[in-house]
Design a binder for this molecule. Structure first.
Ligand code: NDP
Length: 246
C-alpha cells in the first residue's frame, strides 16, 4: 500500500536543530520530500547530506523568517524544485524569557518578529500556492505556553497565544481543502532554552527542563500523525508534553 507521506512536499522552517531537524529527518525517512530552512546553512547542509545518504529527498535554503522576501523565496524554491507544496511547517521560534520589568525590548521585538511575523510571512507565501492547488496544510508550532502564562514568560506566551489565534483564523478562512494544525509542546530537549540570558529566569527554566522533558522525535511523530491523516481529516491541535510536567 502507498505510504500516505510518500512524495509529499513538506517545507519546514527552523530545520537546523531541535523539533524542525527531527521532523525533517522523520518525514524524509517516511518518503516525504523535505525542504529545510534556517539561518545556519552549515547545519542544514549536514542534515540534507545525511538524508540523501539514507536515500531520502531533501534540499535546503538559507532562511531568516524575519525577512518576508526570504520566506517567499523559501516557499517559491520548494515549489520550483518539487512542483507543488503539500505542507508548510512554521516551526522557527525563539524563547527569550525575562520579567517584563527587565525591559528587554530588543528581545520582545525578536520574539514578535520570529514567532508571530515569521508565521504570518509563511502563510502569506504558502496560502496563494495552496489555494491555487486546491489543497494544502499549514502546521504552526505554538506551545503549552500558548495555553497558559507562566511567571516571566509574558512576551513568549503572548507570541504563542497569537500563533494559536492565527492558526484558528487560518482554519476558518483558508478554504475547505486546506488543513490547519497547531502543535503545542511542553518541555522538549532542544537548544531553545540555551538562548535565554543568564540570570534567575534562565535558572528557573533550566530547573523546569531538568525535571521533565521529551525528545524532539516525540514532537516530530505528532507532526507526522497530523500530516498522514486522509485529506478529509484535519487534526487541529496536538498538545504534547512530558508526562511528569506540571
Ligand atoms: P531550537 O532552538 O533547537 O530550534 C529553533 C529553530 O528555529 C532553529 O532551527 C533555528 O535555526 C530556527 N530559527 C531561529 N530564529 C530563526 C530565524 N530568524 N529565521 C529562521 N529560523 C530561525 O528549538 P526547538 O526545536 O525547541 O524550537 C522549535 C519550535 O518549537 C519553536 O517555535 C519553539 O518556540 C517551539 N517550542 C519548543 C519547546 C521546547 O521546550 N523546546 C516547547 C514548546 C514550543 P537557525 O538558528 O539556524 O536560524
Amino acid at each position: 500500500m502507498r505510504n500516505s507521506l510518500q512524495g509529499k512536499v513538506v517545507a519546514i522552517t527552523g530545520a537546523s536543530s531541535g523539533i524542525g531537524e527531527a521532523t525533517a529527518r522523520l518525514l524524509a525517512r517516511s518518503g516525504a520530500f523535505v525542504v529545510l530552512g534556517a539561518r545556519r546553512m552549515d547545519r542544514l547542509s549536514a542534515i540534507v547530506a545525511d538524508i540523501q545518504r539514507e536515500g531520502g529527498q531533501a534540499i535546503s535554503f538559507e532562511l531568516d523568517v524575519q525577512q518576508q522576501g526570504q520566506v517567499q523565496a523559501f516557499v517559491d524554491g520548494a515549489v520550483k524544485e518539487f512542483g507543488h507544496l503539500d505542507v508548510l511547517v512554521n516551526n522557527a521560534g525563539v524563547m527569550l524569557v525575562a520579567p517584563l520589568s527587565d525591559l528587554k525590548t530588543d528581545q520582545w521585538d525578536r520574539m514578535i518578529d520570529v514567532n508571530i511575523k515569521g508565521v504570518l510571512y509563511g502563510i502569506a507565501a504558502a496560502l496563494p500556492v495552496m489555494q491555487a492547488q486546491g489543497s494544502g496544510h499549514v502546521i504552526n508550532v505554538s506551545s503549552v505556553a500558548g495555553h497558559k502564562v507562566g511567571l516571566g514568560f509574558a512576551v513568549y506566551c503572548g507570541t504563542k497565544f497569537a500563533v494559536r489565534a492565527i492558526s484558528e483564523g487560518f482554519r476558518q478562512e483558508a478554504g475547505p481543502n486546506i488543513r490547519s494544525t497547531i502543535i503545542s509542546p511542553g518541555a522538549v530537549a532542544t537548544e531553545l532554552p540555551t538562548h535565554i540570558s543568564a540570570g534567575p529566569s534562565k535558572d528557573a527554566v533550566d530547573a523546569m527542563y531538568a525535571t521533565a522533558e521529551i525528545s524532539a522525535d516525540a514532537v516530530a511523530r505528532a507532526i507526522q500523525y497530523a500530516i498522514s491523516q486522509t485529506p478529509d481529516v484535519d487534526v487541529n491541535e496536538i498538545v504534547i508534553r512530558p508526562t511528569a510536567q506540571e
